[in-house]
Design a protein around this ligand. Structure first.
Ligand code: PFF
Length: 531
């Protein structure tokens, strides 16, 4: 290959980059929304089961596969999966590992834009909520601002009038992303995350402390207090455990949040040195994600919501959409903090924005790496091309903004459904085709910790079976209705067409890549027969 070798600047760099990819809007918006919609504390049992039986073990497999691919000079999920899975089928399934990050980026960038827009708004005086009005009136103002900023009124409304502000914000946010991806792995992504992660942690801590010291703001409603807010999240509710949907939602949340099953970790780990630790690194990245998700995302958002809206008010707020807690409920809370409220608001949306950008940076890198590897393109050319695809995807999301039908189609099929498929393929190829004993050795090469041996059983039997059950249940429960949704409106149909177009494009690039790499004498196959 003609490109010079890319690699991380330091051992900490890759951990921060994976943690940056993991910690994102999934932690601060999706997790609290899912938890509230699925019964608060009830959600946490299936959530932690999914973390320990799926997220962390499959994450380790991904880290190890990525580093293994890197040793062969491969960096894209299709080529690495092809070697691990010893087949062309595995290689083409690996396409999903480029499709997911790229597909998710089309709408993720849109939400990232909202966070930046809100941040600017709070820096310049807030969103105009009058703390003396009734809670209902305040919530109405917050909702109206949200609807106008996000173009919920009508398709195309962001392309004129007030909506143009959102479009402009998107241009800035997208340009920042492209800039850092263009700068490259260690000078761009690693530099940015090394600065953003600590800043984000400090700001989130400040907001958390403020929320935990809210006490009982309205003495007339003594049950709306911090202790009940924490109880909402931490008191288990065993009744909900019988509901299959809760298990499904928890598993989806774990994958989305940890960035496991996406092709991102495979790609990032492929730039490690051949003896760099993956066992402790994977665990550290997951633990960091959980700190931000449960410790910051959940405890800030859910506690604040219950303190000001009560339990039932919180349920009503999330019924309006998963994102409502972060974008409509918290602004009402900030309005009650006096002069400090706007600072809190700015800090909160800065946290969201930094979390979002460290994630969105990881969505382009797999696609850029795929083009460079398959077509021998330069970094600049590959980045430019992916930026063009990203722009087209974002314009579609921005245009079909009413009701989020384009966004919902992408989020369901790419950001949920395909994640299950890829995660399943990854763990089966790793544990059964590459071979669990060999995989175990691979994970422990250069490892700073010894993983307890029972995890081997989880990887070989428990995780695939768990995924299979959830996936089958998922299909029975949602496939037909989701397919109907995906063809019900123009925005949804355009979403589906975009996914199909992306798949076709990735198939062609992968086929060309295989041909080119083989001709160049690159070893695309696993070097050992199946065990
Ligand atoms: N893990 C990110 C979050 O929790 O917000 C989301 C994400 C990152 C999605 C990277 C897709 C991706 F490629």
């Amino acid at each position: 290959m003609t490109q010079h070798k890319e690699e991380w600047g330091s051992k900490l760099g890759v951990i921060l980059a994976v943690a940056g990819s993991a910690v994102g809007l999934g932690n601060f918006l999706r997790f609290p929304g899912q938890a509230a919609q699925n019964g608060g504390g009830a959600f946490l049992i299936p959530y932690f089961c999914a973390l320990f039986l799926l997220g962390i073990p499959i994450g380790w497999a991904e880290w190890a596969m990525g580093r293994y691919g890197g040793k062969k000079g491969l960096h894209s999920a299709p080529m690495i999966m092809g070697a691990i899975g010893k087949s062309g089928l595995a290689r083409y399934i690996g396409i999903i590992g480029v499709l997911i990050p790229l597909g998710v980026s089309t709408y993720y960038m849109f939400i990232e834009t909202w966070t930046f827009g809100y941040f600017l708004k709070y820096l310049t005086g807030g969103i105009g909520i009058d703390p003396n009005a009734s809670i209902e009136a305040q919530t109405a103002v917050a909702n109206a601002f949200f609807d106008s900023f996000t173009g919920a009124g009508a398709d195309g409304s962001l392309f004129h009038g007030d909506g143009l502000r959102t479009l402009l914000t998107w241009v800035v946010v997208f340009a920042i992303n492209v800039y850092f991806v263009f700068r490259g792995l260690s000078k761009g992504i690693e530099k940015f995350v090394s600065f953003a992660m600590p800043v984000m942690a400090v700001c989130a801590l400040v907001v958390l402390i403020r929320v935990l010291t809210l006490g009982t703001p309205d003495p007339n409603v003594p049950e709306n207090n911090v202790i009940n807010g924490l109880g909402f999240m931490w008191n288990p509710n065993y009744e909900k455990l019988g509901d299959f949907k809760t298990w499904l939602a928890a598993a989806s949340q774990i994958f989305f949040s940890l960035s496991v099953g996406f092709g991102v970790i495979i790609n990032y780990a492929s730039y490690m040195k051949k003896d760099d630790d993956v066992a402790l690194s994977g665990l550290t990245a997951s633990a960091t994600n959980e700190l931000f998700e449960v410790g910051f995302g959940g405890m800030i958002t859910l506690t604040a919501a219950v303190v000001f809206l009560g339990l039932s008010g919180t349920q009503v707020a999330v019924a309006g959409g998963t994102f409502k807690l972060g974008f409509a409920t918290l602004p009402v809370v900030f309005a009650h903090m006096g002069w400090f409220g706007n600072i809190m608001g700015a800090l909160w949306f800065l946290v969201l924005w930094l979390a979002a950008i460290t994630s969105s940076l990881s969505m382009y890198q797999p696609a850029v790496a795929h083009l460079k590897e398959a077509l021998d393109w330069s970094h600049g050319k590959a980045t430019g091309f992916i930026a063009a695809i990203g722009t087209a995807g974002a314009l579609l999301t921005l245009w079909y903004s009413a009701g989020g039908t384009f966004l919902n189609t992408m989020d369901f099929w790419v950001g949920t459904y395909l994640i299950f498929l890829l995660a399943m393929a990854q763990i089966i190829y790793f544990a059964w085709v590459f071979g669990i004993d060999r995989g175990w050795k691979e994970i422990h090469t250069g490892a700073a910790i010894q993983i307890p041996p029972f995890v081997k059983i989880i990887m070989k039997y428990v995780a695939p079976a768990y995924l299979l059950i959830v996936f089958i249940g998922f299909n029975i429960q949602s496939f037909a209705s989701e397919l109907k949704n995906a063809t019900a409106t123009v925005g949804a149909r355009v979403g589906l067409a975009t996914i199909v177009a992306l798949i076709l494009y990735l198939v062609v690039v992968t086929a060309m890549g295989e041909k080119r790499l083989r001709a160049a004498g690159v070893d695309l196959d696993d070097d050992k027969p199946a065990t």
